[in-house]
Each structure stands twice: as C-alpha cells, then as structure tokens.
Design a protein around this ligand. Sequence first.
Ligand code: ADP
Ligand code: MG
Length: 738
Amino acid sequence: MTDGSPLAEAMEVEESPSTSITPRDPPKIQRLEESVVNRIAAGEVIQRPVSAVKELVENSLDADSTSINVTVKDGGLKLIQVSDDGHGIRREDLPILCERHTTSKLSKYEDLFSLSSMGFRGEALASMTYVAHVTVTTITKGQIHGHRVSYRDGVMEHEPKACAAVKGTQIMVENLFYNMIARRKTLQNSADDYGKIVDLLSRMAIHHNNVSFSCRKHGAVKADVHSVVSSSRLDSIRSVYGVSVAKNLIKVEVSSAESSGCAFDMEGFISNSNYLAKKTILVLFINDRLVECSALKRAIEIVYAATLPKASKPFVYMSINLPREHVDINIHPTKKEVSLLNQEIMIEMIQSEVELKLRNTNDTRTFQEQKVDYIQSTLTSSKSDTPISPLPSGQKTPKVPVHKMVRTDSSDPAGRLHAFLQPKPNNLPDNVSSLSAVRSSIRQRRNPKETADLSSVQELLSGVDSCCHPGLLETIRNCTYVGMADDVFALVQYQTHLYLANVVNLSKELMYQQTLRRFAHFNAIQLSDPAPLSELILLALKEEDLDPENDEKDHLKERIAEMNTELLKEKAEMLEEYFSVFIDSDGNLSRLPVILDQYTPDMDRVPEFLLCLGNDVEWEDEKACFQGVSAAIGNFYAMHPPLLPNPSGEGVRFYTKTSEKSSQEKPALGGNVEMESVLDQDLLSDAENAWAQREWSIQHVLFPSMRLFLKPPAAMASNGTFVKVASLEKLYKIFERC
Ligand code: ADP
Ligand code: MG
C-alpha cells in the first residue's frame, strides 16, 4: 500500500477518491493542503522517537538548564517527557511557540554563522505537534505560577491554563506518529528505540558534564542513564559508560593553527589496547553539537586495525572546535551531520595523533603480555622495573639455563635487527609510512553483500585446514621477526632457533586463504583512474615475451588481449559479487578487494594479474574457478620484491646513467670522450620508497596477520619456505669456546 516515504505516509489518512483517471490523461496538479505539507516536513525532522528526544534535550540545553530528566514509555511512541530547570518560556510567547519557523535563537540568516545555540530552525516543536500531541508546562523566573497548554498541528488547543510548576519547562509528547500509520507500525516492531534514546543521552551526558541527565522508562525507579555534574570528563564517562571503559582510556589532543590549512582544536579520549568491544563507539561533538562523521569513524577504525594486535573496535570521545564560519550546520534537517571546511586535513591530523598515542601504549602492552610459557627473556627484561606478567598460579618460574637466555619476545622491537642495522629512510619516517598505508585504505568503500555460503568455498577452506602443519603453525604464531636477510627471505626467531622464511610464498598463501575467508565480504579499494583491461593485458603479454621486438607477434598479442578482455567482461558480475574486482561495461578495472586491512597491492602487478585471470582460471567448474581466482589474487597481493631493483648494495648500479663529461678545458685527446656516472635521483628515490614500504608492510602487516590468520600448509615445511638455519644454543657453545 505505502512505500513508507513521508509523502505516502502523510497522504494515507486522507485518501484521494480520484482513482479512475485513464492512463492517457495527465494527472491534475493540485496544491497540497498546508496540514499535509506540514506533516510531510514533520516526518523529516522527527524521524523516530529518538529524534524528538534529541530536539527536546537540545532545547533544554539552549535554555541554560543544569538538570534534564527524560521519561519514556513504549519506546517513546506512547510518551516522551523532558523536564528541565531552564529559563522557561514567556506566557506571551506560548500562542506561537509551536508554529513553524518560530524561534528565539535567530532573526536573520547571517546569525547562522555566529550562533551558539543548538536550535535555530524553529521547526522541532512545530513538527512534533503535527505528528503527536504536545503539552507544555513552563514557568519563568519571578512568576508565582506556571502555565500549561496543549498543541495540535502547530496551534494551541486552548488558552494556557495557570498551574503549579517547578522551575523550568516540561514538555510531553504523546502518541507519536498517531497519524502516520505505516511509520508507527514499523517502529512498534522495532524494539530498539529506547536503546537509541539511552545511547543519545549517554553521549549528551559525557559532553555536557556541567548538566546532570537522567533517562528512565516510565514507572521505573532506576534510571538507565544517570549522570551528575562533574568537573572531569573522565568522571562523567565513568559514571555513564562504566569503569571498564573509563579505566582503559588515553587522552588525546590536537591543536592546529590556521597556517596548517585547517584551524581546529580537538580533545578527547580513546580506548587503549586493553579495551575489547565488537562495535565502535564514536561520540563526536563538533562545536558542541552531537554529530556523526563516517569518514572520521572509518579513519579511526583503520588506525586501530593497523596498530593493535587484537581486533577490537575502539571507544572514542572527541570534541572538536572550529571557527564557526568553517562549519555549515544547515545541511541536514535534524542537524545530524555537518559540513566542514578542509575535513580531510583535519581527519589526517587526528589520525596521526591517535596512531601515535596507540603505538606508545601498545608498546607497553605487548611488553606486559610477554609470553612466559617458554623462555624468559633476559636481554629485554634485565631492568628491574620491567613488568613481566605473572605465571599461571601454582607454577614456579623455571630456572633458565644460561645458554638458553636469548631474546624470545615476539613483539619487542628492541630485538629486531631492523632497529640496529637499518637507518630509517629519511623520507619515510615510521609514522608517515604507516599513515600512507592507512590513508590509502580510507579510500575504501564498503561493500554490503550478504554472506555467500557457497559450499565450494567451505570445501576449499576445509582443505586449507586439513593441510595445516601444526608445528609450523606454532612457530609462525610465536616467532619474532628479526629482519630481511635478502630480497625474499626474512630471518625469524622461534624459541632458540633461527629460521629463514620466504615472505613471497608465505604472503601468497596468506592472501589466498584470506581471499577465501573474506569471500563476498570484501571492502573495496577504489582505483583513482579506471584502468583499461585490454591495454593492461597487452602490456603483460609484451612483458612475458622474450623477444619483444618481433612485430609479427604483436597482432596475435592484441587478439589474445581482446579475447581475454571479453572473457573477463562476461565474468564481471561474478568477479564483482564474490571478489569485489569491478570491471565496468567498457572493460575498465576500477575496484579491487581489500584482502588485508592497511595493505594495498603493488599496482605494477595489475597487468600480470589480469592476464592470469584470463589465462589460468578454470571458469566452468565452480570450485576450481573460486580457487583459481583466489590464487590469482593471492599471487597479485603477495609481497613480491618491487619491480625496481633493490637500490641498496649492488642494485644501485641500475640507477646510474652515464653522461658525457663537459670538459672544455681538457679537450678530448685521440677521440677519447670522458664519461661520468650520475645517479638518476628520481628513480632511485622511487625505488627506495618502494623497498622501504614493502619492508614496513612485511614487518607490520604480514607478520602480525600471519600470526593471526595463516594456516601454513604442510608443504611449506619441506619446500624451502621455512628453513631452520641455526640453533642459538649451538651458536652459544661456539661463542663460548672463542
Ligand atoms: P528552535 O530550537 O530551532 O528555536 P524549537 O521548535 O525547538 O525551535 O523551539 C522553539 C522555541 O521554543 C525556541 O526558540 C525556544 O525559545 C523555545 N523553547 C523550546 N523549548 C524550550 C525549553 N525547554 N525551555 C525554554 N524555551 C524553550
Ligand atoms: Mg529546538
């Protein structure tokens, strides 16, 4: 019957009788009755009970209240009552109080930019009277009695009646959406409206800590939100969200001057790595308005995913203050979202601060979590103040033989070769490199696909499980990354053994397994420019060819590229739905899946990937097809050495170009031209960046993710992927003799 839109809902009680118009006649345009127009507008401002509560509470705050109490019956549909101790409403204003566009907060448009009140549109109370029964009781300072009056459709139902009243205003909203049947029904079925109201008041309470709030169900003795006026933000968070949240918070602050491109002050609290939750809570106030900002939320979530070992979602409270003229508060009827000048710069600065704070505390945390089920570290824990987690009760600290005293903490950065040997590339400081990875993933778009529970994927995954090598699994879970031994092998330590681990093979397998696990659930990486398939495949074919000068083959290659493009276009729907590989109807690749958060593959390998999809996948059999595509993605996302040769050591030769030396003073004798080697600085710095970025990813993305997700196949124990090179006890003995 109704599509649930405000228009359809508003029209449904006054059904139009003219249903017999023949299809050929254009329908007659008529002016809507004002009551209908108002009800449509009201449906937009008051979308659910919680929107009414928000408006009422904001009005109370605007009225300088210090105490605001909310009572709710039937999720707000039967009754919402908000009482405050604010300045009240004058008797003479009551007749127009609930008319549309009547406000005491704004008189000319320009006031919008200097406004400090929450409200300004003069629409909230009016809207409520169009979709509910509203009764106002109020008293102003110096009066001996108050007034009570009820409203419907913007007007008073009777003259205000004198009544006894306590300081402030009490507004009752009854039978919300009584005249919008469809909306009432949908809301009646959803039980979570009271929860939303509690959530709203909790958020309000921690920001406005100079006001006491309470929220309870009608008739309940105990309030579900109860805050008292407090001078400390942390105290108010503790009283509203509980000790378990408050004890795990870190203070954050950013202050940025106009010169940085975005002037703002931010202060807040973020959860540390001990805090565990499944859902992010971001309580965000911008210029004291409770707003939502999905870009900031996502940006913070990414930093958490990138920085903390445990997959916990954060609790974040932030209050941001910007010059008023930089915020457009008038883009949303309920003022839920705001538009900010230079939002991106601001988000990046906040991200860096959050990342910095998390890294600092994360170091302490991993230290405390140091494994004690095998050898105690002496190299790292020789300081007496180093916290070491206690052994499970009843166990004694095993006495460690001196020759076994070696570094074994898998998360202690001091133990990494990296820290000693590798000077940080100066154009890539630690936090910048991590941020660029983080930034690249901000451009991700969510892909809201439902679970595809295809049995062939389940079979492939159980295949992964059954091939898993338990010993190797144990080693990978607990190993320490020491450093890169060469372009492909990393040196890792597990207990007292050193291993060489082939990062290309390992990452390929990890990406393959993650592709299967995230099947049909990928976030997407949006390519800034869609890439034409046929050209890329042609490029890959030419690269494969050992004799690229041979023109005859060119035609053939073009044909192959075309055929592959057509094939992939045909499979585009499936590739998009299950793998988030998006190919448009013109044959351009524009989206790729996120396989590991904070990691984007080397885009130089896109041509090879597309060729591999076209050539190597068995499209006819479902299981083989999913396996083939996942393997192609695995290979593409694997951490191969960058295509530019490693500029350290011998590789630097690749970046020298020779040029004739201009030597006018010494004219060349006997036709001997002097040559000079110069470094191609641009290419060199590209290469340095690519290699540094890869090493960063290996250490900070690959190894942590492998510890969490990789099920190493048995073959890796014997095919050279994981090779034991030394046992430290034996080395120790050798050194002892020296
Ligand atoms: P707005 O808040 O945008 O001005 P509203 O419809 O929410 O519009 O409220 C209209 C006016 O009613 C406000 O400008 C304010 O003067 C008055 N008002 C509403 N609620 C209260 C309250 N709790 N205490 C005092 N005045 C109020
Ligand atoms: Mg208001």
